[in-house]
Write a protein that binds this ligand. Structure first.
Ligand SMILES: NC(=O)c1ccc[n+]([C@@H]2O[C@H](COP(=O)([O-])OP(=O)(O)OC[C@H]3O[C@@H](n4cnc5c(N)ncnc54)[C@H](O)[C@@H]3O)[C@@H](O)[C@H]2O)c1
Ligand SMILES: O=C(O)C(=O)C[C@]1(C(=O)O)C=C[C@@H](O)C=C1
Length: 393
């Protein structure tokens, strides 16, 4: 977790964000936290959202749309917007076309335009359709970070820290702004807000996210449905970590997620087919008392999923995890973080493992170096805070 820094960020001098919900708002907060001091205009048709954005004090100008309206809806007496260096469109996928069209006053030759949508193929089709001939350079964007909550106030300046951030350049558009590849400018912006840029193409992106994000969301929703189909829903309260972990994302906005599914229709359908095959195979093994086959399926998933804990997010940011058992009492986490802060140890990531019933690994703290991890382990052992430090060699 990085603190704020006050240096001027060099990549773009004027940025407009169209759509000030969770992702648009978080981008504004992250840019300012990391020292971006240039013009930052925000646009959103929702007056309450605009008011929240105004109260944040982050923006140099705010309006319902770039087309010439004041935040109170009155006509501003002429176009508010001038072309800027970067336009970020952060709206639900079903609103992308109208948002891009409304952003045209912000776009001139050399303006870099990036969206943040969870699907990329259809977004590129729309961008080519709306932006060809404007002189804009469109590059798709998608942070692999978010929340089940929406809206400006749900956003966070550290949402993108250590999160992969896909960038998908498009051959239909120019590559460079004043000789600098536009994708390099965006990479620098992503790095500045703490993210890990990954350049890919829209098709590969959509195949990946169908399986890493869209299918998991769907299964979370169906898991809730399975419960409600057989048992009274007031018994949901008995859910432990397993059900809560696997279904949190089912609390996401249904309209936003409908858009994601329909925009990635063929990849989601193909991943559902694989899921159904897997479920039917498991069902058959259970019915035929093929207990070894069941262990094989669970064992292979255990092996692959456990590997995810130690996979390094990137060459630039390697994470070194330290698992801790902590007593369940108020303030214990504060004691841990205070001790580490006193020794200038930066916790890069913190995860609750929900495995208290096994008496191991209630929390995982991750550090940027193995040296930090080892110092943290010995400090925590010596302090006697909590129950135990695991995997500390
Ligand atoms: N929520 C996540 O976890 C997450 C993560 C990564 C990417 N995304 C993607 O980011 C995009 C935005 O999602 P979000 O979670 O920020 O949603 P959100 O509902 O929090 O915010 C969307 C905002 O867009 C505004 N909007 C709607 N139509 C508009 C228009 N025509 N012009 C300008 N603004 C308009 C809404 O008023 C709202 O404030 C989506 O495409 C989503 O797929 C979401
Ligand atoms: O963590 C969450 O709540 C999310 O839903 C984030 C999440 C995901 O990981 O699936 C959801 C959609 C986005 O496109 C990217 C990230």
């Amino acid at each position: 977790m990085h603190g704020s820094d006050s240096e001027e960020v060099p990549f773009f001098k004027s940025i407009s964000i169209v759509g000030l919900g969770l992702i648009g708002g978080s981008l504004a907060k992250a840019l300012r936290l990391k020292g971006y001091q240039g013009a930052l205009d925000g646009y959103d048709p929702n007056p309450q959202t605009l008011e929240q954005a105004r109260q944040s004090g982050l923006f140099t100008a705010l309006a319902l749309s770039p087309g010439g309206f004041n935040p109170d809806g009155s006509a501003a007496g002429g176009p508010v917007a001038q072309p800027v260096e970067l336009v970020i469109v952060a709206v639900p996928l079903g609103k992308l076309r109208e948002a891009l069209v409304s952003a045209l006053p912000l776009i001139g030759p050399g303006t870099v335009v990036m969206d943040v949508g969870s699907v990329k193929g259809t977004v590129h089709d729309t961008a080519v359709n709306v932006l060809t001939g404007t002189g804009a350079i469109f590059i798709g964007g998608h942070p692999m970070a978010g929340s089940e909550k929406g809206g400006f106030n749900a956003g966070s300046p550290i949402l993108f820290e250590n999160a992969y951030f896909f960038l998908t350049p498009d051959p239909h558009f120019e590559e460079a702004v004043k000789g600098v590849p536009a994708v390099e400018l965006l990479k620098q912006m992503v790095l500045t807000i703490g993210g890990l840029p990954v350049i890919t193409d829209p098709k590969a992106h959509d195949a990946l996210t169908a399986r890493l994000s869209h299918l998991p969301h769907l299964t979370a929703s169906i898991l809730v449905e399975v419960f409600a189909a057989s048992l009274p829903t007031d018994q949901l309260k008995f859910a432990g970590g397993g059900f809560r972990d696997s279904t949190r994302i089912a609390m996401g906005d249904p309209a936003l997620w409908r858009d994601i599914f329909v925009h990635n229709r063929s990849e989601v359908i193909s991943s559902i087919d694989t899921l159904v095959e897997g479920l039917m195979r498991f069902r058959k093994n259970l019915q035929d008392v093929e207990d070894e086959a069941i262990v094989e399926t669970l064992g292979e998933a255990q092996r692959l999923r456990s590997g995810l804990i130690t996979i390094r997010p990137s060459e630039e940011v390697s994470l070194y995890p330290l698992r801790l058992e902590l007593e369940d009492r108020p303030g214990i986490l504060a004691e841990v973080t205070t001790l580490l802060a006193e020794h200038q140890l930066d916790i890069k990531d913190l995860a609750l493992d929900h495995s208290r019933e096994n008496q191991r690994g209630a929390f995982t703290l991750s550090f940027a170096s193995n040296a930090d991890r080892l110092i943290a382990a010995s400090l925590l052992k010596a302090s006697g805070i909590g129950i135990g430090v695991i995997d500390s060699d």
